[in-house]
Design a protein around this ligand. Sequence first.
Ligand code: FBP
Length: 553
Amino acid sequence: MKISSLQTARYEYAPKLPTMLRGGIANICVKEGEETHSVADQEKVKALFPNTYGKKEITFQNGENTSEAKKQVVGVILSGGQAPGGHNVICGLYDALKATNPENVLYGFKNGPIGLINDDYLIFDDEYINAYRNTGGFDIIGSGRTKLETTEQFAVVAEVCKKHGITAIVIIGGDDSNTNAAVLAEYFAANNTGVQVIGCPKTIDGDLKNEDIECSFGFDTATKTYAEIIGNIERDANSAKKYWHFVKVMGRSASHVALECALKTQPNVCLISEEVAAKKMSLSQLADYIADSVANRASNGMNFGVAIIPEGVVEFVPEFSVLIHEINELLAGAKADAFNALPTWEDKYAFIEKGLTVESMAVFAILPQSIQQQLFLERDPHGNVQVSLIESEKLFSALVAAKLAERKAAGTYTGKFNPLHHFLGYEGRCAFPSNFDADYCYSLGYNAFMLIQYGYNGYLSKISNLSKPATEWVAGGMPITKMMNIERRHGEDKPVIKKALVELDGAPFKYFEERRETWAVETAYVYPGAIQYYGPAEVCDITTVTLALEQAK
Ligand code: FBP
């Protein structure tokens, strides 16, 4: 008996390309636009990118293909956290490359940027690639978080490219990886290597976006996956009527994921980190804010609810971010080893007490011990606290419980509060890409090859007009330097792609803000259900509420 599955059915799905990329490679030509300038700090960025700054934005259109007929040998890497659709970027790239010339070759460097440095690769063929079409995950070649940023690393990469005759590298990554893609592109140009670099915008966090990049891939599928689960939890809460669910969702810094899930499911509470920072809200104020919703609902007989907590929120609470900063200092360099060598938590606590300021110690002291300990877990390669390891959903429910206990003692609250906790992150990062992400990613990859074929270097593959059907999408490329500004990183001025946080005057946040008071008291839940892959386009192909609100005319 043959067992059917979504996995095998999805191999057959034909991703939709923008009209201008259909109709055969021979019929794709370039329309050049204006010269570009970086979003800020133009002179400084220009000085750092003398060979790649100021290039023109481009769009593709139907017309005679005038690109140079040369054999292309392309290398591709996946960089950073998984995001649904990564496989399709590679499939789109492969299909365009082979359709242009069957002699062209695609190398996949394994496990992220380290694969390029270690010259660890595979060569794609039809059989290999077909097993990954329209599937989630990055297991096609693996991913990793090594940074590709030093001149020594670039020199090694140049050697690897020379060895294999590689003409272009495609870097599929987030803001940091694409920043490094731009620096690598400049290095290749300055050293006349003839190798091009093209980036593709990835991250479920949704924070690689700007006036050119409407959204990063993976955000659509991940938020649909989380919203399905949150909707199911809401329905359970509304059925059982006895639990308050605290749901933490991924998003290292920005709260786009939390906001999109809230727009889809209308929970009682959703914290938005950017608002917390703008209003300088304290932990106590946030706990009171959630406790108000609990108490108001309890007074209407509803001892249940759902609160969404963005994983990065603690770093946006001013007193907490000072605390984290002080802890980072406390653990800097060899001091971390001394700390880790202390035998008991009591010894460690005494060390912490000695090292923190009185103000930060006061914040630290009110945290549950499990959270205190999580703040001392291993840093990520950039020295950051790994926010996904801090159980902020438990932190907030503990703080709310304390507030409610105070209110009960004062006789102002008589309800029941039974919290349950969830963390939604890894559940969504490798989901089968939605039709939107399958189409968007395939188009990004296909388009990346067209940029290579036309000789562009230091460009991001750009597909826009995304809230419209795929036929109306616009394909082209944007110099990465256009998205850059100068920021202070680790005590140095660095050119970086500006991270996009939730805009508090943007349409998605405004929509949420206008309705959240009602949602806090009433049960206004919406149950989005599972991602649909087959069926009417208005159900299966639509993308996020965020994008629809941003692009609403
Ligand atoms: P990217 O920015 O690399 O796409 O990753 C985002 C993310 O999924 C965050 O939401 C989360 O904080 C982090 O990765 C988790 O990292 P790890 O994969 O190392 O556990």
